[in-house]
Design a binder for this molecule. Structure first.
Ligand code: BTN
Length: 257
């Protein structure tokens, strides 16, 4: 186990820093299938993640040395599979607490777990579960946060942002990682203690466009709706002119404001 100065019980206590890797999630998955069991809370971080993966087979682009790209190993065997989205909630809430300390308000969670500042995405979460029967045996929580990146490619301009663009100063990557790990540990332990009602309330409070009227798109059709709930299974409920409708991830898109 590698030593570090994180003031946590287990998240980040075994910190493996890589200069370059395809994807920290894939690296952690390979380690789990090839080596001795790893301690819960192991963190793999990479300075240069050259083939990062995002939600629904997308690619996660990040400028080497400027941003946080890391994966955390958790073993939430206490969580029934039907409630696995509560872990997404716990992780998203923890990131909000860690980043709001430096950004203030304006930071939100865009359902299901994008990290937004105003109308720009500044980070994302990719959670991959390894199942054993009806339980979650291991969970790889991959997190990418745009920290010190000053500019984005043409195709991402106007949609992606970074902490540098918000704060106009650089942020120390390891200190920020330590802060996030500490909030994730606290949130995770609350979930483990069965205390997730509060997490769920916080998740909703931090939600982008929560209870606001906005436009959504489904099968090319734009309609107005108001987010009223997200279930423990991760379904989004919108109040529309034809009543409350519930959507799975990727069934609808948020229209740009
Ligand atoms: C998304 O919003 O699409 C999720 C992005 C998740 C990116 C992180 S970076 C660290 C970890 N390793 C990966 O390959 N992906 C996640």
């Amino acid at each position: 186990m590698q030593n570090n100065t994180f003031s946590t019980l287990f998240v980040g206590q075994n910190l493996i820093k890589l200069l370059a890797v395809d994807s920290t999630n894939s690296f952690l998955k390979r380690m789990l299938s090839n080596s001795e069991p790893l301690p819960e809370g192991t963190v793999i971080m990479a300075e240069n993640q050259y083939s990062g993966r995002g939600q629904v087979e997308s690619i996660w682009h990040t400028e080497p040395g400027k941003n946080l790209t890391f994966s955390i190993l958790l073993n939430p065997s206490f969580l029934p599979i039907q409630q696995q989205f509560t872990l997404n909630m716990a992780i998203s809430v923890a990131i909000q607490h860690a980043l709001r300390n430096i950004t203030g308000h304006g930071l939100t969670i865009k359902w299901p777990n994008d990290i937004y500042y105003l109308d720009r995405k500044i980070g994302g979460v990719l959670i991959e579960n390894i199942l054993s029967g009806s339980r979650i045996k291991a969970c790889i929580v991959g997190i990418g946060i745009n920290v010190n990146q000053e500019e984005f490619d043409e195709q991402l301009k106007g949609r992606a942002g970074s902490l540098f663009q918000i704060l106009h100063k650089h942020v120390n990557l390891i200190s920020l990682l330590a802060e996030i790990c500490s909030h994730i540990e606290a949130s995770y332990l609350k979930l483990k203690a069965g205390n997730y009602i509060r997490l769920r309330d916080e998740y909703l409070t931090f939600l982008y466009r929560y209870e606001l009227k906005a436009n959504y798109r489904q099968n090319g059709e734009i309609f107005e709706g108001r987010i009223v709930d997200v279930s423990d299974q991760g379904f989004l409920s919108l109040e529309t002119e034809s009543g409350i409708k519930t959507y799975n991830f990727k069934e609808i898109e948020f229209s740009q404001p």
